[in-house]
Design a protein around this ligand. Structure first.
Ligand code: CO
Length: 145
């Protein structure tokens, strides 16, 4: 099911999202499928659960043909080096802004099977991970310096 995407200033976007207690719960599985479908439909790179009205620590990222489903993601490493690049966000239609991000990050999360995964990223995936995990903390690109 394609879900409606909340836009700023919806208050859910500003909340710190809750930890997903059971990644194998059928409602979570449904939500993941719906988020993937919604991301596909909007031809985007990433989508976080709060953007579809669910204040949960869950996001999906699709770059080229690689799909990442991240439940309760946490940073394990952030490079000292940073880079500024322009970003957009579904929740801020038409708004593009240069955002400073860590060049490389390592993220630990659970996948849709509830298994622990570690993702070492640079380039666009690194940027997308930081953007989506910011959403889980109620941070939007307009909040970034
Ligand atoms: Co966004």
């Amino acid at each position: 099911m394609i879900l409606p995407i909340l836009t700023y200033p919806n208050s859910i976007l500003k909340k710190k999202a809750e930890t997903v207690k059971d990644p194998l719960d059928s409602e979570i599985k449904r939500l993941v499928l719906d988020m993937l479908e919604t991301l596909e439909k909007n031809s985007g790179i990433g989508l976080a659960a709060p953007q579809v009205g669910q204040s949960l620590r869950l996001c999906v990222i699709k770059i080229k043909n690689e799909t990442h489903i991240l439940i309760n993601p946490k940073f394990r490493y952030k490079s000292w080096r940073k880079k500024i690049e322009e970003e957009g966000c579904f929740s801020l239609p038409g708004e593009y802004k240069p955002v400073k991000r860590h060049l490389k990050v390592t993220v630990e999360a659970l996948n849709r099977k509830g298994e622990k995964i570690t993702l070492k990223a640079e380039g666009l995936l690194s940027r997308a991970l930081q953007h989506e995990i910011d959403h889980l903390d109620g941070i939007l690109i307009i909040d970034k310096k």
